[in-house]
Design a protein around this ligand. Sequence first.
Ligand SMILES: C[S@@+](CC[C@H](N)C(=O)[O-])C[C@H]1O[C@@H](n2cnc3c(N)ncnc32)[C@H](O)[C@@H]1O
Length: 350
Amino acid sequence: MTDSESDSSAGHRRRARYRGTHPRRFEEKYKELAPDRYPELVAHVKQRGMTPAGQHVPILVEEVLAALMPAPGERGVDATLGYGGHTQHLLERLRPAGQLLALDADRIELPKTEARLRQAGVGADELIVKRTNFAGLRSILDELEWSDGVDFVFVDLGVSSMQIDDPARGFTFQCDGPLDMRMNPSRGLSAAEWLSRASISDLARVLAENADEPFAEFLARALDRQRGRLGTTGALAQAIRGALPERLGEEEIDRSVRRVFQALRIEVNDEFGVLELLLRALPECLRSGGRAAFLSFHSGEDRRVKKAFESGRKSGLYSSGNDEVVRASLAEQNANPRSRSAKLRWVRKA
Ligand SMILES: C[S@@+](CC[C@H](N)C(=O)[O-])C[C@H]1O[C@@H](n2cnc3c(N)ncnc32)[C@H](O)[C@@H]1O
């Protein structure tokens, strides 16, 4: 290790050293976090079916492109920029003369993604990036004077690998960190604040409605007894594990921990509320013949997308769409485990 490697740009702070041969903690994975300097290591991590720290592998790319059919000169929206994987593929199809508007609510990851794309040569004329919630898509199109709408809208719901992997964001129970979970940490309540204010019945409702948690009532009462002591992801995970009977076994208990984290994330980001707003505005955002494709990752999201698309097709708003949901191939599921729960639905505006 050289001195320059060990210095951080923010005032010569020493980089976290890891014990053993393989770094486990996010902040120790400095090689994966610098893919330009360590391309072989990053390729090796990908080959093992893992996503390198600080990156996100785009899911169902070919299937998304087949549904959206982006063509040169068209105008489209990627409502969830993330690491920019889908955006890059969409841009390739839009050249020459096409334009893509990319949105993301995340003020931490968005500037990094935009800088990476610009460095790769993506121009301001072909890609417009805005940090905002996709719920307001219709008014964003008006601001851009794209009032007649766009040829396609793509939405890849949920959180990115970068958000999950970074313990400072509080999305994961795998590492300890502040219990935050906000996609935009400067707005609204953190998950810890929400938990400290929620009534037992609010908590039980959120666990049941947002994640189908079978022990919702029981866990709501157990977490209420820990009120004020759930400021970190570790404390919350421990409280859930400590409350559930041991006879359930480690795997079942882990599933509950995962569901409680999912339920809280959905609540603090109002994920179902903003998804419904977008689905309602979608027909007014598309030109005639315009396409929309949504990737969802759990039943609460997919139910809403399916219902909106089915009712739009019944009323004649949409002329076509997929009857059978599109899933990742086994090869993709093996290469990228995060694709296992992905469901793709698309529609075309009449
Ligand atoms: C699954 S990731 C997208 C990954 C991306 N397709 C790629 O290839 O890298 C979802 C992204 O959507 C963002 N997001 C989630 N809900 C949002 C919302 N309501 N408005 C804007 N961005 C949102 C998250 O911050 C996250 O970066």
